[in-house]
Design a protein around this ligand. Structure first.
Ligand SMILES: [Ca+2]
Ligand SMILES: [Ca+2]
Length: 409
């Protein structure tokens, strides 16, 4: 159709060209805007879909990892159940939880291929059964005997126990190798000695509100005197926490978890990093630890250094020699465990160190825990980059197992 003016006349060719140019410009603009809006919608949709898919994948992986960790936990609890049974027969010399690795990859390997053949498990064919070995990801667990650690609640136990336990905490945290830790001020700018920290822990637990007097030298010189270690003084023990920004009071009750140590004046992250896995709150506070379970050289070192006769070996000059003896001991322990599946008993441990110089007092040996029934389990499940850790403390009792602590991380 030929273009016309409002008056019906023919549009001059020049105007027509201008109009046509304007209209096509308009259409182009509208197309561009539409495309832009659509692009934004599509991009947003794709982004949302991707985020949702990723969230779903993360939730799925986390759930898988959680249940893998639970599997490792159940596996561990089964082994600890048998540990309770074999303890009755071997007097605690057979540490099943140290001998049986809780590791899904190893279990998978054991049921497949050449390794299965080597172990005579090829015909077991577990790999082809529905279930085991078919999952993505893996799990493992680590088990520790809580009786191989120091019970911080035992600082406020009967005198015959609180004194050696205090001596051991001092030997552990007061070792020359940790001197640097106490040369720095705490978060409130105060300086604390190992003895200040031990007193603060005791005041946290003990029932009174009096700042304790404590003479570390008396305990170090004779941890087996059965004398009362902490004497209530005259000032109030809450003065430690009155001056801080958000003041609080001493608990005056036993620790429920080791993490509560964070509340103690002078204890910071560096202290917890170094020592928190050496303390427990779950064992019987009227017993010392179980010597046959001690598998940590730093813990054995603190046990040797709390014996007054060995003090010259625990100075900077004597330490290299003592560390050599310790290395020999763990070589002996591991070798015995590898060849006989048993660890040395209390008498063998005492005799070993005796022959090398450092000694254990008969009083110390008499108060050792004769059994282990409480264990901490760290069970880990991994799927892709997702890791879930379940930390539990499990106690074998006559009627089954009790869970004393449970935390999912
Ligand atoms: Ca108190
Ligand atoms: Ca007190």
């Amino acid at each position: 159709m030929r273009a016309t003016t409002k008056k019906g006349g023919a549009v001059p060719p020049k105007t027509f060209r201008r109009l046509a140019r304007n209209e096509s410009g308009m259409a182009l603009l509208m197309v561009l805007v539409t495309v832009a809006v659509l692009s934004v919608i599509v991009v947003d949709f794709v982004f949302q879909t991707r985020v949702n898919a990723q969230i779903a994948a993360n939730v799925r992986d986390r759930m898988k990892a959680y249940y893998l960790a639970r599997s490792a936990m159940n596996f561990s609890r089964l082994i600890l159940h048998f540990q309770g049974q074999v303890d009755k027969l071997t007097g605690g010399m057979l540490k099943l939880y140290q001998l049986v690795p809780i590791e899904s990859d190893l279990a998978k390997a054991l049921t497949k291929g050449e390794l299965a053949e080597a172990f005579g498990m090829k015909d077991a064919n577990l790999g082809e059964l529905r279930g085991f070995g078919e999952f993505k990801g893996h799990f493992y667990a680590e088990i520790e005997d809580e009786y191989s650690k120091i019970n911080i609640n035992a600082l406020d136990s009967i005198a015959s126990i609180s004194s050696p336990v205090t001596a051991q905490v001092l030997a552990l945290i007061g070792s020359p190798r940790y001197q640097m830790m106490f040369e720095e001020p705490d978060s409130d700018g105060q300086y604390n000695t190992p003895a200040d920290i031990v007193t603060a822990i005791h005041d946290w637990v003990d029932i009174d509100n009096a700042f304790d007097n404590f003479n570390p030298n008396l305990v170090v010189e004779n941890p087996f005197s059965q004398a009362t270690v902490f004497q209530p003084g005259t000032s109030g023990e809450d003065s430690r926490y009155d001056m801080i920004d958000d003041p609080y009071q001493n608990k005056n009750d036993p620790f429920f978890t080791v993490d509560e140590l964070h509340m103690i004046r002078g204890i910071g992250d560096d202290f917890m990093r170094e020592f928190s896995n050496k303390f427990t709150v779950y064992t019987d506070p009227s017993l010392l630890l179980n010597l046959t379970s001690v598998n940590d050289p730093k813990m054995m070192l603190s046990l040797l250094c709390m014996q007054p006769e060995n003090i010259p070996l625990c100075t900077e000059q004597g330490l290299p020699q003592l560390l050599e003896v310790l290395a020999l001991f763990f070589e002996f322990r591991n070798m015995m465990q590898m060849t006989t599946f048993m660890v040395p008993n209390n008498q063998a441990i005492q005799a070993f160190f005796d022959s090398m110089g450092p000694t254990f007092s008969p009083y110390f040996m008499k108060n050792l825990a004769p059994f282990s029934d409480t264990f901490s389990v760290k069970a880990v499940g991994e799927v892709g980059e997702t890791v879930v850790t379940v930390h539990a403390v499990v106690k074998n009792t006559a009627s089954g197992q009790e869970i004393l602590y449970w935390r999912v991380m």
